[in-house]
Write a protein that binds this ligand. Structure first.
Ligand code: AMP
Ligand code: ZN
Ligand code: FE
Ligand code: FE
Length: 280
């Protein structure tokens, strides 16, 4: 069983439609794929229809933006009730804030680079959750940078003079909202330190106390030493261990299935979740 529990479509900042993503997952030889767009469930229905046709199992989820002590925390949420207001209201607030924040970033960039808000909208193509990758795509289209990676290296980095944060709930509150909505919260790439600060150890204890189910240990942004440390934390706190690609289509080098999750871990996530896994 090949199970990849973290991917993005054009509903957020991936480069493929939800249906294209599901077909790509099947073609990559996956048996199960999770769609986990940032702060939206807008891709769920299209992905579900495609999964039924393609004969691949689909776990519907969301990558929830949160913060702990000013540090960005991403929480993978699996199999929640998408209409439950506890999480849905927080996601709506984050999406709204993402638009304002992206406009502010563009205003700041426009002092030095000829980019407009319309350029970003042209690239976002109706994405429900606007993010820095869409601004990166506008900069690529204008010939300012070569690719998303180059845009994030300086202009869009979190410590850049142009950077603006968006609203995100506190991580403990987000874990509680995910559980209240019947979802299963897993801390995404908790030790990925190349793109910003990561949380101190006591945050794992706080989140476990609040209902965290697992840690995404196997992710390309984690070194072998970081994986060992996270495995020890998961063991100590009784948390599940997942692995996944964080695939964004052509927007990142990450390849479908490059890290995988064990079937017994998926079984436990399904047991704890509310929404059914889509099967053919
Ligand atoms: P935002 O959610 O708007 O703050 O933007 C963060 C998103 O940008 C994350 O989902 C990352 O996947 C993506 N991202 C961060 N760094 C890079 C990079 N170097 N190349 C491509 N995408 C990136
Ligand atoms: Zn992303
Ligand atoms: Fe993330
Ligand atoms: Fe992600």
């Amino acid at each position: 069983m090949r199970i990849d529990l973290h991917t993005h479509s054009r509903a957020s900042d991936g480069t493929q439609t939800p249906a294209e993503l599901v077909l790509a997952a099947r073609d990559a030889g996956l048996d199960v794929v999770a769609l986990t767009d940032h702060d939206t469930t807008a891709g769920w229905d299209e992905a579900a229809a495609a999964a039924r046709d393609a004969g691949i199992a689909l776990v519907r989820g969301t990558e929830v933006s949160a913060r702990s002590r000013g540090i960005s925390v991403h929480l993978l949420c699996y199999l929640q009730d998408p209409d439950h207001p506890a999480l849905a209201d927080e996601l709506a607030r984050a999406r709204e804030s993402r638009v304002h924040r992206a406009r502010h970033i563009v205003e700041r960039l426009a002092r030095d680079v000829p980019v407009t808000w319309q350029d970003v909208l042209d690239q976002a193509g109706g994405a429900l959750a606007i993010g820095r990758p869409h601004i990166a795509d506008a900069l690529v289209a204008l010939g300012v940078v070569r690719d998303r990676d180059a845009a994030f290296a300086h202009l869009l980095a979190s410590d850049s003079e142009y950077h603006v944060d968006h609203y995100a709930p506190d991580a403990v509150a987000a874990v509680a909202a995910i559980r209240a909505s019947g979802g299963v919260p897993v801390f995404a790439h908790p030790a990925a330190d190349a793109r910003g600060r990561t949380v101190p150890d006591r945050v794992f204890d706080e989140l476990a106390e609040a209902g965290l189910a697992g840690l995404e240990v196997h992710h390309r942004d984690h070194s072998p030493a970081q994986r060992e440390r996270l495995l020890a934390i998961a063991e100590r706190l009784g948390l599940l261990v997942t692995g996944s690609s964080d695939y964004h289509g052509s927007g990142k080098v990450n390849r479908l299935g490059e890290n995988l999750t064990e079937p017994r871990v998926l079984d436990e996530i399904v047991r704890q979740g509310t929404t059914e896994v889509v099967t053919a």
